[in-house]
Design a protein around this ligand. Structure first.
Ligand code: NAP
Length: 247
């Protein structure tokens, strides 16, 4: 059984919804202190209301794309406010389905900002030894099966997620000598607002390709929390596919 103590503080981005919410709630249930980040205060508060230990859940309202180069300094501010961090789960992200002839670089940049540039700058902040707890600290980033198995219309999303999982491997190699671990998880379709609302048209009739149906949030949150824990102390630079075996 994985357990944490409240002195172990984790940052979870995207904590207001879907996979980030599930990860924040699970870490909290297992005894950790969580700093949950997202833009929507109402949804963040709704997440906090579901916590087993609400006194160990802190909320930060932040658009992670408004000053991407400032994210390492933002991490430092968070460290000064809460203490050094044991882990980071980067779960924020957006999806957009768009065919080639409708692409503009401006819109592509929007997807890359939250799905690639912001997580890399958060990784930079987290890897700073003044910000993490040192040996045993761990960061997990959500990439996507779309980074490997690309579908029509997912040109930018697939590109951003492939860039993310590749760059995290390189970062992992740089940080492994300090026993700071970096990994990715790459889920296929999980029942979150992103799949059920944002990409609903694209997802129509897709569930039948999954022998076990769409995944649940906890199917991914369990893997993220395992990778954040000491149980995974020799696992780094990996990218775990979670797709019930469809690939
Ligand atoms: N669901 C799936 O099937 C699936 C599959 C593969 C990969 N993924 C990836 O998993 C991650 C989570 O997806 P999800 O399904 O949980 O989506 P979701 O339910 O839509 O949640 C996305 C989260 O990202 C936050 N976010 C978006 N833009 C932000 C910004 N500019 N600044 C700060 N926070 C921002 C949102 O919070 P606010 O709106 O409150 O800011 C929300 O908490 C994403 O990276 C997604 O690409 C999902």
């Amino acid at each position: 059984m994985i357990s944490f103590n409240k002195e172990q503080i984790f940052i979870v981005t995207g904590a207001s919804s879907g996979l980030g919410e599930g990860t924040a709630l699970l870490l909290n249930e297992l005894g950790a202190t969580v700093v949950g980040i997202a833009r929507n205060a109402e949804r963040l508060n709704a997440m906090k209301a579901k916590c087993k230990y609400p006194e160990n859940m802190y909320l930060e309202i932040k658009d992670l794309t408004e000053d991407i180069d400032g994210l390492p300094a933002y991490m430092k501010e968070l460290k000064n406010k809460y203490g050094k961090f044991q882990g980071l789960a980067y779960c924020a992200g957006i999806v957009e389905v768009k065919p080639l002839q409708l692409l503009t670089s401006h819109e592509m940049k929007k997807l890359f900002d939250i799905n690639y540039f912001a997580p890399i700058m958060m990784a930079k902040g987290f890897a700073d030894r003044r910000i993490n707890n040192g040996a045993g600290a761990s960061a997990v980033f959500i990439s996507s099966l779309s980074s490997i198995s690309c579908s029509r219309g997912m040109i930018t999303y697939s590109g951003a997620k492939a860039a993310l999982s590749s760059s995290i491997k390189a970062i992992a190699k740089e940080c492994a000598p300090y026993k700071i671990r970096f990994n990715c998880v790459s889920p296929s379709d999980i029942k979150t607002p992103m799949v059920l609302n944002d990409a609903a048209e694209f997802m129509k009739d897709k569930e039948k390709i999954y022998p076990m149906g769409y995944g649940d949030v906890e199917d991914v949150a369990n893997m993220i929390v395992f990778l954040l824990s000491d149980r995974a102390k020799w696992i780094a630079s990996q990218n775990y596919i979670i797709d019930c075996g469809v690939m």
